[in-house]
Design a protein around this ligand. Sequence first.
Ligand code: 2HA
Ligand code: ZN
Length: 283
Amino acid sequence: MKGMITLDNKCCNNKILEAPFLKEMMKVTYNMWRMGWDERNGGNISYLLYDDEVSKYIDTNKFTREIKLSFPVKELANKIFLVTGTGKYFKNVIDSPETNLGIVKVSENGNSIYVLWGYEDGSSPTSELPAHFMSHIERLKIDKNHRVVIHTHATNVITMTFVHELDEATFTKTLWKMCTECLVVFPDGVGILPWMVPGSDEIGRKTAEKMKEYRLVIWPYHGIFGTGSTVDEAFGLIETVEKAAEVYVKVHSCGQIKQELTDEQLKELAREFKVIVRDGILK
Ligand code: 2HA
Ligand code: ZN
């Protein structure tokens, strides 16, 4: 029957290894490991794929396994995602994408996912799938081109959460002041959650709540989430925040600040680059 999803255990067509979205994922995970952000199995990525780009390589109506979700995601019904596997190391994705990654399709009722490709050793998507899926739901409401959620343990961002107040407005302003172009890259600032146990539906819900307003969300003493319509955009946002955090850590290791960007200069930047900055941050 046309459109019906059916079980097919004879995985897999590895022509898909040539797919641009897969190559992109292999490159970015390796890069992120090289940045030192994704130690061991740290970090996870999910990438919304369009049916017509996936169906060039695999039958999107055939699955190898069904996995029940503890949180319903009806809003994502029939959507397809490329997702890093739970317990998998970013450094290994490039050599064995078919075990470290998987392509999943959300069921019609949003209560489960079908594995279309990958997770060949029997594994499943990242433990942070609730935060990823719920964040996709919120970002798609705001941006119909949204596609990517990246979570990583960016070293200087984590460091900064120990020594800076965790108030969103002051944290954002400090980041903006660390490199001239920060305000232009993330004029909407960064959201910050209180510390929570990772991997739970609850941290997923709270992260997604922040995603209604922010493209970047920091988990204190843990890492950061970045989102975007492309892998480059989500990665670029995180990279920019991490750079600002690195400058912050270095500046504060050098002693007293002698001069810095003023609020007036930041406003001048916003005017010149025609970006709307979040209210309540600049005086
Ligand atoms: O997947 O990063 O937050 C490992 C993690 C959990
Ligand atoms: Zn993590």
